[in-house]
Design a protein around this ligand. Structure first.
Ligand code: UTP
Length: 314
């Protein structure tokens, strides 16, 4: 069995849901607290044992290449000022060996993956989307690689989503289940309401065999007029076994506005430096907006608000 050593990170989409912010700045560079979303993804790949990463970029994506490059002026300035912790953070991003390829037109995720075919060659590989950050004890991709090592077949990272949200995702039709692992009978990209074969949504993590490139060669446009990776995997599933793995961890959807805000809030609450002040601000906002539940207000009246943040950080 060949090991999974290479990963593709497609980052050539237009990011229309974040316009005008994404007119000149890639969506993948939008920060969650102080780190661009794509850095969380790169870190997950590295922590999962990936040795080579290729980022598929498009027009206006230079900032991604600059972010993972050395910044000599900035680094010597930080060193001169003795800001060594920040220097270490900045240098960490330039230590990973990253390759780039351009998708000349944003024709869809399937096409973006196909653009990296020569870099991958004849090996199994991972795909990680920047829209989905996963916080987990064992990195999400690492969990999937462990599964891959047991079954040597394509694996899609999935989690159940609420009924009303299946139309936003590629959805898996499971044939059988063994713990968190499912045999896949079929796949549908963004099924219309009421027609989803299950609630298991593909959430931005894939391990695929190189045969997918031959299928993508002839893949026609699908949902949204784009060449869909889900459609190509559905064809792959007719030729070889495909699995879905319900990975452990919290998954954050940073590809749309509300998801981005909630992710930022959750990460702020989990950050020891920001936790107290963030929780206090949320509490004050709830009271100001008249949205605080009565039970919470009663508790609030009974104590001093200014004392609250220090207690909540423990
Ligand atoms: P999305 O559909 O979420 O990204 O694709 P988008 O098209 O940039 O966003 P909206 O819908 O216009 O707001 C998921 C991932 O696939 C990449 C995107 O960059 C994103 O990381 N992608 C998408 C490509 O690389 N090329 C494409 O043609 C489409």
């Amino acid at each position: 069995m060949q090991k999974v050593k290479k990963a593709i990170i497609p980052a050539a989409g237009l990011g229309t849901r974040f316009l005008p912010a994404t007119k000149a700045m890639p969506k993948e560079m939008l920060p969650i607290i102080d780190k661009p979303t794509i850095q969380y993804i790169v870190e997950e790949a590295v922590e999962s044992g990936i040795e080579d990463i290729i980022i598929v970029t498009g027009k206006g994506k230079r900032a991604i290449e600059d972010h993972f490059d050395h910044a000599f002026e900035l680094e010597s300035n930080l060193e001169m000022k003795g800001k060594l912790k920040l220097l270490e953070e900045v240098q960490r991003t330039s230590k990973v060996d990253i390759h780039y390829i351009r998708q000349k037109e944003p024709k869809g995720l399937g096409h973006a993956v196909w653009c990296a075919r020569r870099f991958i060659g004849q090996e199994p590989f991972a795909v990680l989307l920047g829209d989905d950050i996963v916080r987990a004890e064992t990195p999400c991709l690492k969990q999937m690689i462990t599964q891959y090592e047991a079954v040597s077949s394509a694996i899609l990272g999935v989690q159940p989503v609420p009924d009303g949200e299946t139309g936003r995702y590629g959805i898996v039709a499971p044939a059988s289940q063994n713990g968190r692992l499912y045999e896949v009978a079929g796949l549908v990209e963004k099924p219309p309401a009421g027609q989803a074969p299950s609630n298991l949504a593909i959430l931005g993590r894939y391990i695929l065999p190189p045969e997918i490139f031959g299928i993508l060669d002839s893949q026609e446009e699908g949902s949204g007029g784009e060449i869909q990776l889900t459609d190509a995997i559905a064809r792959l599933a007719l030729e070889q076994q495909v699995y879905a793995y319900n990975f452990q961890g919290t998954r954050y959807d940073v590809g749309e506005k509300l998801g981005f805000i909630l992710t930022t809030l959750d990460f702020a609450v989990a950050n020891p430096e920001l936790r107290g002040a963030t929780l206090k601000a949320i509490q004050e906002l709830l009271v100001k907006e008249g949205a605080a539940p009565e039970i919470f207000l009663r508790d609030l009246r009974a104590r001093d608000v200014s004392d609250w943040s220090s207690r909540s950080t423990g």
